[in-house]
Design a protein around this ligand. Structure first.
Ligand SMILES: CC(C)(COP(=O)(O)OP(=O)(O)OC[C@H]1O[C@@H](n2cnc3c(N)ncnc32)[C@H](O)[C@@H]1OP(=O)(O)O)[C@@H](O)C(=O)NCCC(=O)NCCS
Length: 185
């Protein structure tokens, strides 16, 4: 296995994150999101979006991390203030995506741990994640201690979906999962 590390993302990672974003969405969401939406995903569009998000001062407390292996970005994760109004949870995990070929090696656990560390450093001691009910990755969140909090309908790219929220009332145990030294930035 190639040595891997988790670190805070910089604007120079925009292209790598965009490539993972598009490849991972196309691998994860067939049968959940419309094919035409997945086919139409553009790495150039996502690269511009990620560069914008990563440039300049942290935007509204957002933190983004990358998983790197063999000098290449193979995964990313993003978190910040909760956006959906679930009471008692100040933080939210916005995204965690890995290339297929690096899944099942503990990188998801380390990325979640890095985000928990980041949210705690920002004074947010509890967090939620929203995930499509049909996405088997929701069992990853359950495995890492997330408790099912809520379900709601979601319209996305013309599809009518159901998403569910998992919550961690205390991020400290999750923060200890990050096997790397505390992540800076
Ligand atoms: C979900 C994801 C980030 C998990 O990362 P990963 O590196 O594969 O997971 P890890 O190796 O860190 O696994 C940690 C634990 O969760 C378990 N786990 C991981 N994925 C699981 C799944 N789909 N179902 C059940 N358990 C799962 C592992 O078995 C492991 O358990 P252990 O403690 O008994 O060893 C990754 O599989 C992924 O990118 N999936 C596709 C994208 C996606 O759906 N992202 C979430 C969008 S909301």
């Amino acid at each position: 296995m190639t040595a891997s590390l988790i670190r805070s993302a910089s604007p120079a990672d925009a292209a790598g994150i965009a490539a993972v974003h598009v490849e991972s969405w196309r691998a994860t969401y067939p049968g959940m999101l419309p094919d035409r939406y997945l086919v139409g995903l553009s790495t150039a569009v996502h690269e511009r979006r990620w560069r914008g998000l990563l440039q300049g001062p942290p935007q509204r407390g957002r933190r983004t991390f990358v998983a790197q292996a063999g000098g290449e970005v193979v995964g990313f994760a993003s978190c910040g203030p909760q956006r959906t109004g679930l009471p008692g949870y100040g933080g939210e995990f916005y995204a965690v995506y890995l290339l297929d070929r690096v899944q099942g090696q503990g990188l998801g656990r380390r990325l979640l741990g890095a985000m928990a560390q980041g949210l705690l450093a920002d004074g947010r001691g509890a967090a939620v994640v929203w995930v499509l009910r049909d996405n088997p990755s929701r069992f990853f969140y359950e495995r890492l201690g997330g408790a099912l909090l809520a379900e709601q309908p979601l319209s996305f790219a013309g599809a009518r979906l159901t998403e569910c929220a998992y919550g961690w009332a205390d991020l400290l145990p999750l923060a200890r999962l990050a096997a790397d030294p505390p992540v800076s930035g």
